[in-house]
Design a protein around this ligand. Sequence first.
Ligand SMILES: [Zn+2]
Ligand SMILES: [Zn+2]
Length: 325
Amino acid sequence: MSSTMRALVLADGRLAYHSDHPQPEPGPGEALVRVTRAGICATDLEMQRGYHPFTGVLGHEFTGVVARAPEPGWEGRRVAGEINIGCGECDECRAHGPAHCARRSALGIRGRDGVFAEYVALPLANLHAVPDNVSDDAAVFVEPLAAACSLLERAQIRPSIRVALLGAGRLGLLCAQVLALTGCDLTVVGRHTPGLELLRGWGIAGRDARREPLDDLARACDVVVDCTGSPDGFAQALDWLRPRGTLLLKSTYHGLPQADLSRVVVDELTIAGSRCGPFEPALRLLASGQVRVEEMIAARYPLEEGVAALERAGESGVLKVVLDI
Ligand SMILES: [Zn+2]
Ligand SMILES: [Zn+2]
């Protein structure tokens, strides 16, 4: 007998609310988690626009409570979950984990139903207990905050260097806070008032690209991080690097960025990408209050109004939209 649940399902590029979607059946080693809250990010919007082919329950940022687990001690625990599930057997899985396994699935992104639903199945190995002092709202940010933390794994950000971050949206604001923790000389350049206002409140230097001159950044930065999601961000970021500087890309682009790649050769620049990151440091940063996230929530919707919630999240300048499941 299979039970049903409420879920937001993407099929043929169309997102729809279903009241009777089949509940997931956990595989060996997997837990069934009752999702309590979920976050909408750019990836979800891109998938809805058809940039990645996917059919199933959308969503990968969440917190929930373990309903059923193959090991004792998990049931009833509040958890967040890593999104990549590898084969566990290939060289890549064994050496570095599932993030780059060729046979991986990814929650609500690739080959596996996601979290915009009452229940989700995930391997126990993907679950992390959420500390008591981290609220459900804050725990929804663990996954993107982990992705922001991965910046520090990809380049040396020292207190003595100058860093520019392009983009003060959902991901940019998390990256900004993580970068600021290093004590580096950080400038964040954004285009939307809500993000710039939050930065001000956090004591992080933010500049409004619409009305402030940015000439002093040209060829002046040791590291530039692009969180714009726009191909123009790439060229802009390249312009700001000084010789031997490093460009860290958090954006995936639709279309190919136009940029003078000879500069990469002549100035010996490094370009590095960064995707998913470590959950434990992200949970520590939330538990200690070193990174602030709840004020990034712009709107909340019940799961039933999920289609409207994604529309809202896609409006320009709107920060985090959360779903109450
Ligand atoms: Zn995401
Ligand atoms: Zn593998």
